[in-house]
Design a protein. Structure first.
Length: 94
């Protein structure tokens, strides 16, 4: 495998990791909002919110340490995951 192919695989891995992290983030956001609305669990919601921010921020920080392109690809993966999760939840909510 040459260097260019290895770089493409690595950058694809960053995009995939961003998609996975974004999917987890937005599914947890939906779950957190339901928890707060249905039961009024403010304490648990705050802890979950801080955990979501910490995990996504940590993953993006690790990508930023690798350079601009991994960070941009991971952020693009998070954005794609947002659209995918919102489209998937539209059927559940409506």
């Amino acid at each position: 495998m040459n260097v260019d192919a290895l770089m493409l695989v690595t950058l694809g891995a960053y995009l995939t990791a961003g998609f996975v992290a974004g999917t987890l983030y937005f599914v947890c956001l939906w779950w957190n909002a339901r928890l707060l609305a249905e039961r009024g669990g403010a304490g648990v919601s705050i802890v979950l919110m801080l955990a979501r921010f910490t995990v996504l921020g940590g993953v993006l920080t690790l990508a930023a340490r690798e350079g601009a392109m991994p960070l941009l690809l991971m952020a693009a993966g998070v954005l794609i995951a947002r659209f995918a999760v919102m489209r998937g939840l539209r059927a559940v909510v409506l």
